[in-house]
Design a protein around this ligand. Structure first.
Ligand code: GSH
Length: 213
């Protein structure tokens, strides 16, 4: 399989964790977002949104949108499962993931920040404040969802799954934008458990072949 990604992209980071949890190897193609590779004709032919990640399967299918790709991985490589077996647990896990993927992530995307900069004259401080403003309440919601969860070692079971796959990259981004994570003790403890696992550690942006300081 081929993963098109970028070391600092949190959506690509999600996919790397999922591939690692499933024990799947892949070839990596770097799409340098700051240099604009995502807007090249060659890349938009694969991913018409011009976003990473994109996965090319061994059968030649081209898949986009990290959550759709991760659910495809879970369907085609069922062990270890990334969603609980029971329907309520599955719905709660997806809800947790969607707080991050649908509500926080789009507001901190590079093209959104670039627009705020070029059209609204925001400098880096303003962009960071914008991101913190939108990330904090969603992490607070995730903290509350964990508090009312099943009380297992991981968010919705005894092993990490889709919730952690979305959360850990989002916490990494939150820190990049200068958000203090102290008000989220449950999330921080969960992150510590995840980052002790090679699947998460190996997926960290700093460990990718295209990593930059
Ligand atoms: N919902 C999409 C989001 C993908 C996305 O927004 N990727 C970002 C990086 S995290 C990107 O490619 N940004 C490029 C840009 O904004 O130009 C997914 O989950 O795959």
């Amino acid at each position: 399989m081929i993963v098109h990604g970028y070391f600092r992209s949190s959506a690509a980071y999600r996919l790397r964790i999922a591939m690692n949890l499933k024990g799947l190897g892949y070839d990596f193609r770097s799409i340098h977002l700051r240099k604009g590779d995502q807007r090249s004709d060659a890349y938009t032919a694969l991913n018409p949104q011009g976003l990473v990640p994109t996965l090319e399967t061994d059968d030649g299918a081209v898949l986009t949108q990290s959550l759709a790709i991760i659910e495809w991985l879970d369907e085609t490589h069922p062990e270890p499962a990334l969603l609980p077996k029971d329907p309520v647990g599955r719905a709660r896990t997806r809800a947790f993931a969607q707080v991050i993927a649908c509500h926080v992530h789009p507001l901190q995307n590079l093209r959104v920040l670039r627009y705020l900069k070029t059209e609204f004259g925001q400098e880096q401080d303003g962009l960071d404040a914008w991101c913190r403003h939108w990330i904090a309440p969603s992490l607070a919601a995730c903290e509350a969802l964990l508090a009312s969860g099943p009380g297992t070692d991981f968010a919705f079971g005894d092993a990490p799954g889709l919730a952690e796959i979305c959360l850990i990259p989002q916490m990494f981004s939150a820190e990049r934008f200068g958000l203090d994570l102290a008000p989220f003790p449950r999330l921080r403890a969960l992150r510590e458990r995840c980052e002790a696992l090679p699947a998460f550690d190996d997926a960290h942006p700093s460990k990718q072949p295209d990593a930059e300081p």
